[in-house]
Design a protein around this ligand. Sequence first.
Ligand code: R2B
Ligand code: URA
Length: 306
Amino acid sequence: MRKSTTFSFLSPFVNNPHLDSMKEDILYHFNLNTGTLNFPAKFGDVKFVCVGGSPWRMKSFAEYIAGELGLAVPNAEYPNICESTDRYAMYKVGPVLSVSHGMGIPSISIMLHELIKLLYHARCTDVTIVRLGTSGGIGLHPGTVVITKQPMDATFLPRFEQVILGKSVVRSTELDGDLAEELLQCGKDLAEFDTVIANTMCTLDFYEGQARLDGAFCSYTEEDKQNYLAKAYAAGVRNIEMESSVFAAMCKLSNLRAAVVCVTLLDRQKGDQLSSSHDVLHSYQQRPQILVGHYIKKKLNASKKS
Ligand code: R2B
Ligand code: URA
């Protein structure tokens, strides 16, 4: 258990003086408790955290990275560390933690509060965190991987706004530019699919929030939709998803080196429905995993040599 200290204000990750006076911390949505689990022993060696929407995809990423890092044991099952809750799934493979976050800002925000505290309680250092996801592209071939330069809100402003105690608080969505460039280089090393750096629009909804014409409600025309997407394109936006802004804002507050890597499943200027075959969509979804797997392997090999 982490002893009560007065360090949390200065420590990396958290910035909450109230944590110091808590005898134990219950990470409710992970079903983990600092009173009953030795966090430094369980998680202290974590250096890379990969997060993504779907529990199934994050299990498959854990299996993939185990193979890439030569840590795979034949027929090994990677246990879900949060198996007694169905809110999120978490897998650990050596120094890599793979965690699901569900869909949308509220879901990823709850997960990140608990994940950031987990890293703090475990006394982790030098952690890099990447969101691996899917998105709708603007003016890109489907299957292109977009490394986010900066997340923008639905009015094309690079910010995340949240109401706290009844007041609007605006936070920066700046990500680590060097990490984005390193990931772009990994895309070039692999040369398997197109990879670009661009702005990402983060919305509160998949349908009207992303200017789709195929939701249950729609009060605008195809022309209105195209004009909106053209404005996004002019603001440097090349893909649209639903978590990057709060992810960037919370990682920045935590001093975590963070990146967002999302594949585009379709070109939104050409349509709204995800009509590609299951196999095509599945192979697209593996691209962020392949790119980030390559990055992690490269970093770990470099640290072994130095
Ligand atoms: C991408 O895909 C999901 C919606 O289908 C959402 O979580 C996102 O950001
Ligand atoms: N995820 C999104 O948020 N939008 C899309 O168009 C596709 C995936």
